[in-house]
Write a new protein. Structure first.
Length: 434
């Protein structure tokens, strides 16, 4: 973001951050409430209500999440070139709200999924790309802003299974989907009300600006982003199972009884975002004490550590499943899995999003962030294919396979630390590339 654009942002902070970050945080929180509320119900709805087979349900789940993260590639270009970020967010949120309400009607199932994916394409790259626009390039708060923003994702993700999941399990799946639609409308209203706290829109791209924006988007930058993208694609093949096959194991392989009370299966989907909220502040404090420079190689190494930790989480439940054989495991093992899993997630996913945003050239912010969602698209598609193996394998070897997938991602990321260090040195030698 250039100095002129930064100066256009309204002055005054909330909680030590620009006021616009709170607006984007809350908008994102409610959008994620709607997304995770629908996602918490989706596999159960297909297997229990629509009576789809497990393989078909897992494939549709993976295909939907993949499409939801493919459309932002087109949406990011539309936002940068034609609509602008603000109009893209408003249009995308409105379309998604319609799609979520359509989910309440069984004959509209496939049309509803498609509508949500289309709206998501405009919304998803345009909102986080505005986070960087709130700060000058040299603002030290800029690097942490995406971790703060990531907490908003997880507050919505924490509330969604408790609200939408409970409504769906107890009162009917369509009530849960309707609650997800209400959440999307809430996010849209917050964004509309907070417009004055966001920076003014920069002019649409013109030919000369496109040429200038290529400065800093050199071959080494592109190769590094491609390498990170491949590693995270592999990682998400394992990561995305928490809403798919791990959710199925919570239903069939976990003893959810606590005295006379049985924990609803959808509630376990709230553990991951709950632990994100609890773990993020101490992790940010720890990284802040240790980091003197925001070196790209250190960030890539952090991502590798995260993938290795997630691998350890899957090794844990592979061992639990093997030890219990055909019997149900105590629910506390699944809770411990989510503790370890979430700790690893915080090392890799918000760091990766921040890297993509940080390396983006001016005037291509939404497009570059959209490339991060292309990674989620490819990873979600691979996760859907991996999920189809659940019915043909017993839980222990299946979870061992997921551990291996996450470990492979960690190795790939470690191999990228040297190219990342070289890019950092080059950027220091040529600061005009930033």
């Amino acid at each position: 973001m250039n100095a002129t654009a930064a100066a256009a942002a309204p002055r005054g902070d909330w909680f030590g951050q620009p006021r616009g970050l709170t607006v984007l945080f809350l908008t994102n929180m409610w959008e994620q409430f709607s997304y995770y509320g629908m996602r918490a119900l989706l596999v159960y709805y297909m297997t229990k209500e629509l009576l789809f087979s497990q393989q078909q349900s897992s494939f549709i789940y993976g295909l939907y999440t993949a499409c939801a993260y493919f459309t932002p590639i087109v949406g990011g270009v539309i936002a940068d070139r034609y609509l602008g970020k603000k109009r893209a967010v408003i249009a995308g949120a409105s379309i998604m709200a319609v799609g979520h309400f359509m989910m309440a009607f069984e004959p509209l199932f496939y049309a509803a999924l498609a509508t949500i994916a289309i709206g998501n394409g405009l919304f998803l790259p345009s909102l986080p790309s505005q986070v960087g626009d709130l700060y000058r390039r040299d603002d030290p708060r800029r690097g942490w802003a995406f971790n703060v923003y990531y907490v908003g994702i997880n507050i919505g993700g924490f509330l969604a299974p408790l609200v939408c999941g409970t409504l769906g399990e107890i009162y009917g799946w369509h009530y849960g989907f309707g609650a997800a639609g209400i959440g999307m409308v809430a996010g849209l209203l917050i964004y509309l009300a907070g417009q004055r706290y966001l920076p003014a829109e920069q002019p649409r791209l013109v030919t000369e600006e496109v040429k200038r924006s290529r400065v800093g988007f050199n071959r080494d930058t592109i190769l590094l982003l491609v390498g990170i993208a491949l590693a995270v694609t592999v990682f998400r093949g394992a990561y995305e199972q928490v809403g798919n096959t791990v959710a199925l194991w919570a239903d069939s392989g976990i003893d959810r009884a606590v005295g006379a009370f049985t924990i609803p299966m959808t509630w376990f989907q709230s553990l991951n975002p709950l632990f994100v909220m609890l773990m993020t502040p101490p992790l940010l404090a720890y990284w802040g004490r240790r980091a003197t420079v925001d070196a790209h190689n250190l960030l890539v190494r952090r991502m590798a550590i995260g993938a290795a930790i997630v691998s350890a989480a899957y090794l844990l439940i592979a061992g639990v499943a093997a030890a219990n054989g055909g019997n149900s495991a105590n629910w506390t093992w699944l809770a411990l899995f989510f503790v370890i899993f979430t700790f690893g997630e915080l090392f890799i996913l918000p760091t990766g999003l921040g890297l993509f945003a940080r390396l983006a050239p001016e005037h291509l912010g939404a497009t570059t962030v959209a490339a991060w969602f292309l990674v989620i698209f490819s990873g979600s598609l691979s996760a859907g294919l991996v999920g189809t193996l659940w019915s043909s394998m017993t839980p222990a070897p299946y979870f061992l396979l997921l551990a291996g997938i996450a470990a492979a991602s960690a190795v790939l990321l470690l191999l990228l630390t040297r190219p990342a260090a070289k890019l950092q040195r080059d950027r220091r030698a040529n600061p005009e590339q930033d």
